[in-house]
Design a protein around this ligand. Structure first.
Ligand code: PMP
Length: 416
């Protein structure tokens, strides 16, 4: 008699405990119901995707370089695209060499690679509070302790970096989003940038700067990147990263200026850690799809973005204005009760602080019933809490829909 095979007893790795479903993706499932105006997603508007330019570039790549485009390729990325990135960053004041550019499968992969190379279990990582949820998710499996950097409307507080470094275990790095941050929309002032970089340098605290939204400014471009002052050139890494002094890793993306489905981002790293990031990249997926890299290079090589990005800015600015007007109209009377927001000067998001007794997660079903959805803010905080906050995206709904959705939110709030 043969024994009935038993299913394998899978034992999950410890790090799997730290992998959790994204609150946002869970909410997006609810909001796919017809009739709901969702201000929850972090998606760019599909109306901004340059379909015609992509179609033509794709045809050209398949006509002129099909064998190279469809073959395995270098882990560092497509050389002309790396050159393009270095040239583009130079115009923003960030001097780097193309040899320091690593093309990644979205900047999300850049966050994972940084985590893999720099975080040990139990080591500290300093993050803004709130910060990009996807970064918390990318870093968490490497089992860091998060230090929550305090901030105000102007940006993270430099003295909070001192507090981060006061403990026994200096953070491996501080993760900062100076431009139109996800989730708050906040843009860090020029003075604060200088103060932060100088404080970090004095403390020997490396900076990981994430900048997917910097091109989406509405009136004036943001101040130069933190990495421009911190430098991405050399960096020190004596044996382990503990000896690293200053310096920055810079992360960028084509998701918000072209299309996220391309999964195309990049990082720029000091020479001291670039080889390790490259090896991690190789181990993860060998290389970012070469076909996508060549198509994107075909699209952008002759200055396409200098015409295309202003059309995105103009569109998002109108939507930002619509949301600002809708908030003023429908929510102003809640300000006395503690409701507050700032009007973002770029990016894709408004951040709302509700009266202290209101729990945005508990309110969400009522808001959905009223016809709209948002993301409760708690998930963006490294240690949770702050239940009375929420994020609204203004880029995927029309001005009319934005007004309707904000009115619905106000109605849900009034009933709470
Ligand atoms: N960083 C931030 C702050 C983001 O908001 C996002 C996308 N929502 C990413 C990184 C990842 O972008 P991608 O992988 O598409 O480049």
């Amino acid at each position: 008699m043969t024994a009935t095979p038993t299913p394998g007893a899978w034992q999950l790795a410890r790090r799997a405990d730290r992998l959790n479903p994204s609150t946002i993706r869970e909410i997006l499932k609810i909001t796919e119901r017809p009739g709901i105006i969702s201000l929850a997603g972090g998606l760019p508007s599909a109306d901004t995707f340059p379909v015609a330019a992509m179609r033509e570039a794709t045809a050209r790549v398949l006509r002129d370089q099909p064998r190279e485009a469809l073959q395995y390729a270098a882990s560092e990325g497509y050389a002309p695209l790396r050159e393009w990135v270095a040239g583009e960053l130079a115009t923003q004041g960030l001097a780097c060499d193309a040899s320091q550019v690593l093309i990644t499968t979205g900047s999300q992969q850049g966050l994972d690679l940084v985590g893999k190379v720099l975080i040990d279990p139990g080591s500290t990582v300093a993050v803004e509070s709130p910060t990009y949820l996807g970064a918390l998710q990318a870093f968490a499996p490497y089992e860091p302790e998060f230090f929550a950097v305090e901030g105000d409307d102007d940006g993270p507080l430099p003295q909070s970096l001192d507090a981060a470094c006061a403990g026994r275990d200096k953070p491996r790095f501080v993760y900062l989003l100076p431009n139109f941050q996800n989730p708050t929309g906040r843009c860090v002032s020029a003075e604060r940038r200088l103060a932060l970089v100088d404080r970090a340098a004095a403390l020997g605290l490396p900076i990981v700067e994430d900048n997917p939204y910097g091109d989406l400014w509405f009136d004036t471009p943001p101040p130069p990147p933190l990495s421009a002052r911190a430098g991405v050139g050399v960096g020190v890494c004596d044996g382990g990263v503990d000896g690293g002094v200053g310096g920055a890793v810079y992360l960028g993306s084509f998701s918000k200026v072209l299309a996220p489905g391309l999964r195309l981002g990049y990082l720029v790293a000091p020479k001291a850690i670039y080889p390790k990031l490259l090896q991690a990249k190789q181990a993860a997926d060998l290389h970012t799809p070469g076909f996508n890299q060549r198509v994107v290079y075909e699209v952008i090589k002759n200055g396409f973005l200098t015409q295309h990005v202003p059309t995105i800015r103009a569109r998002y600015k109108l939507q930002r204005d619509a949301m600002s007007a809708a908030l003023t109209q429908h929510m102003q009377r809640l300000v006395a009760g503690g409701c507050r927001w700032q009007v973002p000067v770029g990016g894709m998001f408004f951040w709302l602080t509700l009266p202290p007794h209101i729990d945005a997660a508990a309110l969400l079903p009522r808001a959905v019933e009223a016809g709209m959805a948002y993301v409760p803010g708690s998930a963006f905080f490294p240690h949770g809490g702050h239940a009375n906050t929420l994020r609204l995206s203004f880029v995927t709904a029309s001005p009319q829909q934005i007004d309707t959705a904000v009115a619905a939110l106000a109605q849900a709030l009034a009933s709470a």
